[in-house]
Design a protein around this ligand. Structure first.
Ligand code: CA
Ligand code: CA
Ligand code: CA
Ligand code: CA
Length: 491
């Protein structure tokens, strides 16, 4: 009998202990982080980064936003005299936060962060790529620029593959027709996906993070200067007045914005940096195209601007932790239930030391039919940098092709590209191929450059790994692989 009482007591005790653990009270540091860190972005978990990066890079930068400069001064953060005026509002002259409050937050992240990040669960099996044949396209002329692609697009009108380079000193845009250079232009910059009736020349101004507004955009209708590191643009009738506004994703760095230009009238739609991708899709199926925007800096998120009479209406669709490094967004009905879903990739690793992160990869956010989205599928891919979605194998469902740029050297050969064929409802089979050494996949597009009716993939080569420093831009690029053409071999 006594044994039974002891047993019951122990059972009750363990039950109570479990309850206590479940009702764990947040530490002071966690409570303060929930108040102060979330004023700008989703609450990061200490587990999102390793301790060294928290201590040496991220936390000092976050403190500086509150005017707490530690061993440095405000002038250190303001940088060069050229940049300082644009950062004056970012870095306060006097502290906005009690140093003791900040120390409590700091200690919470330091104590709870891991020495190294966890490994991704169960690496997937990758099968040999059967759907596409790999062809390496080179520029063999003496005038060839170094292969440093910053954007690649298939011109839907001509079937040309357009590859732009960002480096002003020795670069330009090349057009390839039937895999040979057809035109060479001294334009340097970013050419977003060439859509029908959309032409324009977008130049970031600075590849390296900067807050000096040096970006430019020239289209048939508009010429704009002093843009904040713009990365995408399009024309869209967001207020249903019959004329199209020019929308520019001014990514910036510490400062940036999503802007709309209507005639001479400029409107800032979102005043935060990081606007990376613009997509048009009629998300609410009311007959008017809506604007989807991926933000990839600080408050990483996807927002939609619904086209509405008079004024577009904003809705936040999804937020990601600020360490994600969002890199691409596509819109497609991937589960074939009749509504549009979101396909997101993350893997940018240029801000801090490029350590592998288990949350890098491709995600599917499914639409519940009412315009609310939640994550339904994830494929881990270190340094994922872009994704294209289409029914590549022509069997009626949507498939995904993705590239990766920020990858540890030992993984580069086999993990720079993945083709995810949908084999059953939301079931995907991964296929890949061995990458040639020395190539780095930084941008991709889909299209039909050979005009045989199926969708191929083109991948731009940036022949250097940016965390190792800027590659030599003065050398000749004769014979270098400019892009990889993955020719769809059909069913
Ligand atoms: Ca709509
Ligand atoms: Ca769907
Ligand atoms: Ca398919
Ligand atoms: Ca084709």
């Amino acid at each position: 009998m006594k044994k039974l009482q002891v047993f019951i007591f122990l059972v009750l005790l363990s039950f109570l202990l479990v309850r206590c653990q479940e009702e764990r009270v947040d530490s002071a540091g966690e409570r303060l982080a929930k108040i102060y860190c979330t004023s700008c972005h989703l609450l990061p978990s200490p587990k999102d980064l390793n301790r060294e990066i928290w201590v040496t890079e991220v936390l000092p930068q976050m403190a500086a936003f509150y005017g707490l400069y530690g061993n440095k001064s405000r002038a250190d953060y303001l940088g060069s005299s050229q940049e300082a005026p644009f950062l004056a509002d970012v870095y306060p002259e006097s502290p906005l936060l009690d140093a003791a409050v900040w120390d409590t937050i700091f200690n919470y992240y330091v104590e709870q962060s891991p020495d190294r990040l966890g490994k991704p669960t169960s690496p997937p099996t990758v099968f040999e790529l059967k759907q596409f044949q790999q062809k390496l396209i080179r520029d063999d002329s003496d005038e060839a620029y170094p292969a440093l692609a910053t954007s690649i697009a298939v011109d839907e009108g001509t079937g040309e593959v357009v590859v732009a380079s960002l480096l002003a000193a020795n670069g330009g845009q090349r057009r390839f027709l039937n895999q040979r250079v057809s035109t060479r232009e001294d334009f340097v910059g970013i050419q977003p996906t060439l859509r029908p009736a959309l032409t324009g020349r977008l130049s970031m101004g600075s590849l390296i993070p900067s807050d000096v507004p040096r970006g430019t955009l020239i289209t048939d209708k508009d010429t704009l200067k002093q843009l904040l590191r713009p990365l995408d643009f399009l024309y869209w009738d967001g207020n249903q007045n019959g004329t199209q506004e020019l929308i520019i994703a001014e990514y910036g760095n510490m400062t940036g914005r999503l802007s709309s230009y209507d005639g001479g009238q400029k409107t800032i739609l979102s005043p935060t940096p990081g606007a990376l991708r613009l997509r048009l899709a009629d998300l609410d199926e009311d007959g008017y195209e809506d604007l989807l925007v991926l933000f990839a800096q600080g408050d990483e998120r996807i927002e939609v601007w619904y086209s509405r009479p008079g004024k577009p209406e904003r809705k936040l669709l999804h937020r990601f932790p600020p360490s994600f490094g969002s890199s691409d967004l596509q819109v497609a009905d991937i589960d074939a239930d009749g509504d549009l879903d979101l396909i997101h990739s993350c893997g940018d690793n240029y801000d801090y030391q490029p350590i592998p992160k288990p949350y890098h990869g491709v995600r599917v956010l499914l639409n519940d039919g009412r315009g609310d989205f939640s994550e339904a599928w994830f494929y881990h891919l270190d340094g994922a940098y872009g994704a294209e979605v289409d029914d590549f194998d022509g069997d009626g469902d949507q498939d995904i092709a993705a590239i990766a740029y920020f990858i540890p050297p030992d993984k580069r050969a086999l993990n720079s590209f993945v083709y995810l064929e949908q084999t059953g409802p939301m079931e995907f089979k991964a296929q890949g191929f061995e990458k040639q050494p020395g190539l780095h996949y930084i941008c991709l597009d889909k299209g039909d450059p050979d005009g045989d009716g199926d969708q191929d993939i083109v991948i731009g080569n940036f022949s250097g790994y940016l965390p190792d420093g800027m590659p030599n831009t003065r050398r000749s690029g004769k014979g270098e692989v400019v892009y990889v053409w993955l020719e769809n071999v059909g069913k």
